[in-house]
Write a protein that binds this ligand. Structure first.
Ligand code: G4P
Length: 535
């Protein structure tokens, strides 16, 4: 039985909040995130959008290194969130760009999502990236639904997969359906909630919804359809599952303690409709969010929202910067005059957009859970709060500490303006931090990043978006600390020989260490000095 949104006539805001579902997909590359996204759109009837996802997918086959990088951040360019309607619900699928390096963008997105879908490849089970992203969700107790994909290929035993989820991730795994067959013999699933056998039919390239036959498990025709042995196995397995009695508790799911598990095949459209229904039925509507003024309820009449992502050059024709805001409470309206909590002043929001593939559309109104793109003339930082009414500040979005450092050389000195502008704008996106060596003749910037891939992205983007050739020279540091000390204290600090002093754009002192050991040594030698992480 689907949850029903609140009645519309009760209160428009309450109604709009109750019909929102905002989620993100977490997975290891290749598990099927793109395919699942496309198929959810297909099942929701947003077929044009499904085409847009596919178009992006096709780019995947372009081979140059640049295109690879472009593809990696391609998803972020086309969408920060896909919005679609299904059965009266408005679904926001937040984009989690995936590549092998841990992506801070994805991390921040997980800070503003209400639930997550974990996609696993049935042959591979839990892979490293899935585990990392799961742990981020875990910290926030984000409810997670699991979709085990690629059942049409020989995979691991379903019970073994459930066990792996429980053992590796430490979360209860409750099957919601059970696969019938495996690999080439995968024919459908037994729906454990409705106690029905669903048999699917493949369609050409999975472009249409897969026709489904629904049977009672005791239907005499089933043995003929499945084969006598497969049928007997199914009956045995479902009896075992019933006896094991692992029942699903929505409360435990909402607390992030259990995950409902669905088996299927995204490419063949097997098991997708029931998954989409479960998603809107189980996943929570937007909830309250923590701020310096306590929890802010989504149906509070004052508008509030938080910037979680900044993207330069969304549209190469316009070269603009867009800040993405998640609406947290109240109603967003075009042209609103809002408090900018960090700057302590009011800002008007005349240009707010929603993006679909390469298209953008003006947003007239938005509700909690929705994502709005704001044209950003350097006004916003990641984590900023915008609000009407009482001044509030949402809890900051934590940052990961840089572990990789390099000097960035500008190969075309004549283009120093473009170089500086590009670097400033890319820094604003939050994927790199720019530092400058102190007391050195070298005035070239140092890049600090969480993943090494970011350096390649910077070089490629400076070339493509700002027309500047650059190269990187790796530095042997592995951590940085912002130093807090009183006037005159700096001269008394004992630095390890191998460390280097630098400063950020605000001229705050930063020290670069070659190892954690050096950092600990420095802290021990200078007990009165505060060595702060990037915050
Ligand atoms: P990702 O976004 O998580 O990286 O995964 P993506 O959807 O791109 O899927 C990775 C590969 O797995 C794709 O194959 C895709 O077609 C395939 N795939 C997705 N779902 C299923 C499934 O249910 N069954 C099977 N057998 N394969 C599936 P590819 O060869 O890399 O790309 P393509 O040529 O198919 O587009």
């Amino acid at each position: 039985m689907l949850q029903q949104p609140a009645p519309k006539n009760l209160n428009e805001l309450v109604f709009e909040v109750s019909r929102r579902r905002t989620f993100a997909i977490i997975s290891h590359p290749d598990a099927g995130k793109t395919t699942l996204t496309e198929k959810l759109l297909l099942y929701a009837g947003a077929v044009d959008l499904a085409g847009a996802v596919r178009a992006r997918k096709n780019q995947h086959h372009a081979t140059s290194d640049w295109m690879e990088l472009e593809q990696q951040r391609g998803i972020s360019i086309t969408t920060a969130a896909l919005q679609f309607d299904y059965m009266g619900y408005r679904i926001n699928l937040l984009d989690t760009p995936g590549h092998q390096d841990f992506s801070e963008d994805t991390y921040r997105t997980l800070m503003v999502t209400d639930s997550a879908v974990m996609v696993l490849d049935s042959a591979k089970g839990i892979e490293p990236q899935t585990k990392k992203l799961f742990q981020v969700c875990r910290l926030r107790h984000t409810p997670i639904l699991t979709f085990i994909n690629k059942l049409d290929r020989p995979g691991q035993d379903p019970l073994g997969l459930l066990d792996e989820i429980e053992q590796t991730l430490g979360i209860g795994a409750v099957p919601m359906n059970w696969p019938i067959g495996n690999g080439p013999t995968f024919k459908g699933v037994y729906d454990l909630i409705n106690k029905q056998v669903l048999l699917f039919e493949r369609t050409e390239h999975g472009q249409r919804r897969a026709p489904v036959q629904v049977h009672d498990i005791h239907d005499s025709a089933l043995a003929g359809l499945l084969g006598e042995i497969e049928y007997r196995q199914l009956v045995e397995e479902t009896e075992l599952l019933d006896a094991a009695g692992a029942s699903f508790s929505r409360e435990m799911f909402l607390a992030g303690e259990v995950t409902p598990v669905f088996f299927g095949s995204a490419i063949n459209n097997f098991g997708l409709e029931s998954f989409l229904r479960a998603l809107i039925d189980f996943a929570p509507a937007p909830g309250p969010r923590a701020s310096d003024q306590g929890m802010i309820e989504p149906d509070h009449q004052d508008f509030s929202g938080q910037i979680f992502k900044i993207q330069a050059n969304m549209d190469p024709m316009h070269r603009d910067r867009v800040a993405f805001l998640r609406v947290c409470s109240g109603r967003f309206e075009k042209d609103m005059l809002l408090h900018h909590s960090r700057l302590g002043r009011k800002v008007r929001m005349p240009r707010a957009y929603r993006f679909f593939a390469r298209e953008r559309e003006i947003v007239e109104e938005a509700y909690p859970g929705d994502v709005v793109g704001l044209a950003n003339p350097g006004l916003f930082n990641i984590g900023d709060t915008l609000c009407s009414g009482k001044l509030i500040k949402f809890d900051s979005i934590p940052r990961f500490q840089p572990e990789h450092f390099c000097i960035l050389h500008n190969q075309q000195i004549a283009k120093y303006k473009q170089f500086n502008k590009g670097l400033e704008q890319l820094e604003e996106e939050g994927a790199i931090q720019v530092l400058f060596l102190r007391d050195s003749l070298r005035k070239e910037p140092i890049l600090a990043a969480v993943g090494e891939l970011q350096f390649d992205v910077v070089v490629a983007r400076l070339k493509a978006e700002y027309g500047v050739d650059t190269s990187v020279e790796r530095l042997p540091f592995s951590c940085a600390r912002w130093v807090e000390c009183g006037p005159g204290e700096e001269n008394g600090i004992i630095w390890p020989m191998s460390s280097k002093l630098a400063q950020d754009r605000d001229e705050r002192l930063v020290v670069l260490f070659q190892s954690e050991w050096n950092l600990n040594y420095c802290q021990e030698k200078n007990p009165g000095i505060v060595f702060k992480e990037l915050g």
